[in-house]
Design a protein around this ligand. Sequence first.
Ligand code: TYD
Ligand code: MG
Length: 507
Amino acid sequence: MAKTKTRWICQQCGFTSMRSLGRCTDCGGWGTLVEEITHEDDGSKKGFAARVSQLNTGTRPESDNKALPLSEIDTNESGRISTGLEGLDEILGGGLVPGAVILIAGDPGIGKSTLLMQVAKNLAKTVRVLYITGEESAAQVRLRAERLKVTSDNVLVAAEQNVVNAADMLYTNDVQVAVVDSIQAVYHPEISSAAGSVSQVREGTQLLIHAAKAKNIATILVGHVTKDGTIAGPRVLEHMVDVVLQFEGDRTRQLRVLRAIKNRFGSTTELALFAMAESGLAEVDNPSALFLGDRLAKVGLKQAASGTAVIAGGEGSRSLLLEVQALTISTGNPNVRRVVNGWDYNRLLQLLAVLEKRIGLSLSRLDVYVNMVGGLEFEDPAGDMGIAFAVATSFLDRSIDPGLVAVGEVGLTGEIRPVHNLGQRLKEAQRLGFNKAIVPKVNLPLQNPPAKMEIIGVETLAEALSAAIPGLNLGPKPKTNLESKSEATANSKLDNKAQGAQEKVRQ
Ligand code: TYD
Ligand code: MG
């Protein structure tokens, strides 16, 4: 029998110590030693050390593992199990793959347990589900299940914190799907560090992965996110599991976003939106309408408020329209503030630099606030142009056509760079009633453009701003697909007010 004991191993250099050390004596790294279980070799013929020594002497070591032609390898693909939530199935690439281990990570209280109990309810119609809880008592789980109207006896619940027992349950219960809620709440009895530490989380996950693969059980692990947003402990789980899903949103709002950040069985571009209600999470069918709110009512009006613009994100097979708001304001403070919600801070700084250097907006003495309405974290660089519009219109105290949507990445020279999925983004915009789009010229012509939309292709941010802000002229006018003579003459005449604004810009 292999004997188990633990060692402390430096995660940077591999130095091994029998006891915990604050600093690695080999590489000098602080806090890099992590407790790991070492499975001592029993020295038998099949033992690892024996096989290595055979290899070293040139003899063939025995191994049961065989290489197979690709066509003979079972993919498990046909056995995918639907979770009953269309959005979640889409993210997973078509449902749960038997034997796959999925980590679902999110802030405490965001709704992970709720989501998984709902998934268990749907799954119970066809398969047996084991729900292992380390955080709550079985009674608490039952209360939640009652709230969510889970009645099926195909959902087995166990309160267990010992991960060895939990893994054993996967072997002994005849189930097709298992949930472990959460991986930070379970502990391995042979590891001395506290539950939730890197060693505990890693060894526990390893045991559960072995059990899941051996019994072909699709296993969902719940993971809490640490304060700085990483899945505890420092991303150790991400490379061990097959799929990593991130569940995010604002606890004070109803909206939740589920997205894949790693998926061995599908793409990572899909996202699903849920709203938390009294009776659990419900999928949101028309997320853009939800995000745009009363902005949609303004489409067709003459002008939107200054400092606002609409951007079209292209996440996976769906596009999402979001309103972005910006406020620029002079400050008495020598240190200006840049505050951004829902968008990358460094991207904003870069965009402000481009607006200052390439367009001539003197933003360096101003506080700049940028907010994605709806509380969604948005990462698509195609939002650059819309954010530039919002900042520029706030600065100039002008506004853009409320029916206009902006799509395009802004480069450091002020050029507008291409985006992916443009056609799809514009179709979604047209569906919601938007009638004008400013897009990267390099993306044109579109194969299948939305019929009723005026599409303006631009090469630079200056062109884009001139096309968006009536009367502002920062360079040659771009041509639109629907450009008529009357529009052309109207555009060529700059009204006096616009001249003033332009001079202000050029100062
Ligand atoms: P929970 O799933 O326990 O969060 P997590 O497992 O991620 O920590 O639930 C989060 C919140 O959702 C909780 O504060 C109560 C709320 N909630 C509802 O609004 N409706 C419901 O039907 C349920 C079950 C929970
Ligand atoms: Mg929970």
